[in-house]
Design a protein around this ligand. Sequence first.
Ligand code: FAD
Length: 439
Amino acid sequence: MSTNDHDYDAIIIGAGVIGSAIALEMSRRGHRTLIIDKTHAAGAGSTGNSCAIVRFSYSTSPGVTLSWEGAQYWTDWADYIGAEDELGLIEFHQCGQLLLASKDGHHVDRVVSLWDELDIPYERWDLEQLQEKLPYLDVGLYGPPTRPEDDAFWREATDSFSHAYFTGDAGYVSDPQLSCHNLQRGAEAEGATFWFNTEVTSIDQADGRASGVTLADGRSISAPVVVNVAGPHSAIINKMAGVYDSMNIKTAALRHEVHHIPAPEGLDFMANGVVGADDDIGIYFRPEVGNNVLIGSVDADCDPHEIVDPDNYDQTLDEDQWQTQVLRANRRIPSLGGVPHEKKGIVDLYDVSDDWIPIYDRSDLDGFYMAIGTSGNQYKNAGVAGQVMAELIEAVEAGHDHEAEPLQVTGRYTGRTIDVGFYSRNRAINPDSSMSVHG
Ligand SMILES: Cc1cc2nc3c(=O)[nH]c(=O)nc-3n(C[C@H](O)[C@H](O)[C@H](O)COP(=O)(O)OP(=O)(O)OC[C@H]3O[C@@H](n4cnc5c(N)ncnc54)[C@H](O)[C@@H]3O)c2cc1C
């Protein structure tokens, strides 16, 4: 792949957490890598507003395997980055994840049977243990999720949880943008080049394959490999390359709100809080700096699913969504004490795929690859996505027929097999997907 006929060996579009991890992996393998982003800094796109939860509650076996491998990067971060960063390195807060079952419980049962099968460590807490370990939680069952305009939202609990599950290896990264800066410094130490404030406007082609990109200022940069890691802009880049229509799975920008409220008085949530996944009332939560509680929606059917233009959408917090999510959190943690007057939180975009599973694949255009459709749940997998994409690119460029014989990658930390074919752009919609996220 290395030839001096081109400006670079590979061009990566997008310096979010996934693009920056691919840049680190590619440059570490000796490929002259250029990463281009239209914002001013690594992670200034959707990654910067990520909840950055690292957990293993996936409803497919490949999903659990990938997240377990992905988590190991966060515990080994300094060695994996392998370079100094003047801004410091991120901290991975391994506070554990509590998984609360909804009344029908099917999703959680499926997840836990996968944990058994794949040997993921967890504890099963009965009701008494749950109350003893997290006394601030209301253990009532209220589901299925509803919204305040529905009378059912206000009804008393119909029952209590009989048990819950806790994975102590889960947690969160408190500064997702800093993780991208760390990856940038790691990649630069291996020779990668980052260009910011630079927009790709077309994908160049020659002899029936990708040959580079053209920028908004008119310059053309050549490379035999171009990788679309443009997050919520992924569909726009795929259309530029002419590969969008032929893909079975499509991606789109989905608007998403996350809210922050002060933790209950007297509760040190930073020290004692956990990541929570609550399909019963339809939220996930975690500690947030400043002793706040961060609240996201699991995108239950009753919640808005707004596909937007990623360059033109409402970035102000919506009063209804704020009330809904904060009231739900109050249900589960009654000592939160109501809805604060001042709305706090973020609005950003998921690059959602048709089945909420990412696409890590080549395309119909030789030399053009994609790591997209991360659907609000792939921050945790950035490191392993870097390895998967680098191995895929190397194999396909060396002549491997990935369509006929899907590439199998061995996770560098766990030694487990990752079937890259699972992430194909041409898969059928996966019926086992939960079509939702716990962060
Ligand atoms: C609110 C929210 C909460 C989330 N919570 C979690 C969580 O708890 N756990 C988890 O695992 N995942 C979570 N995710 C998902 C996770 O953050 C994403 O999967 C991940 O950050 C995607 O990274 P990326 O590098 O693909 O995309 P991005 O960070 O969006 O980067 C794409 C980059 O491409 C650039 N770009 C686009 N078009 C062009 C162009 N034409 N030219 C040049 N540059 C371009 C953009 O400027 C951007 O910087 C969440 C996401 C959101 C939005």
